[in-house]
Design a protein around this ligand. Structure first.
Ligand code: 5GP
Ligand code: ZN
Length: 110
């Protein structure tokens, strides 16, 4: 499958990694929207939140389990986790990913 985040997960495209285990990878966003902007992805391909089911949701739970450690490594205590699902919501890469944004006062959700 021609998926840029699958390629990043496989190491075929380089990324600036923050955290990695057998299930998930966290790496810096190439175009940061905040002083701290990291993406956390399952290594398995899910197109977005729309693909999460009872059969694969353990990896989503795992993403949230590692978030505190990723945030601690980045030195932020206050942060926002965002996932965009679908083009109208701003999703540009169709591989489930969670933005971790912080390092400044983030303001209200738009
Ligand atoms: P979305 O718009 O789908 O919610 O988020 C996709 C994010 O992936 C964007 O913030 C974009 O900057 C980031 N991104 C796209 N391509 C790459 C890439 O090749 N490497 C990295 N590190 N980030 C990427
Ligand atoms: Zn993928």
């Amino acid at each position: 499958m021609d998926c840029i985040f699958c390629k990043i997960a496989a190491g075929e495209i380089p990324s600036n990694k923050v955290y990695e285990d057998e299930l998930v990878l966290a790496f810096y966003d190439i175009e940061p929207k905040a002083p701290v902007h990291v993406l956390i992805i399952p290594k398995t391909h899910l197109a977005g939140a729309r693909d999460v089911t009872a059969d694969n949701s353990a990896v989503v739970a795992h993403v949230f389990e590692v978030i505190p450690a990723v945030a601690a490594k980045l030195g932020v205590t206050d942060y926002r986790i965002v996932t965009n699902n679908g083009a109208d919501a701003g999703q540009t890469v169709d591989h489930l990913h969670f933005h971790l944004l912080g390092g400044r006062v983030l303001g209200e959700m738009g």
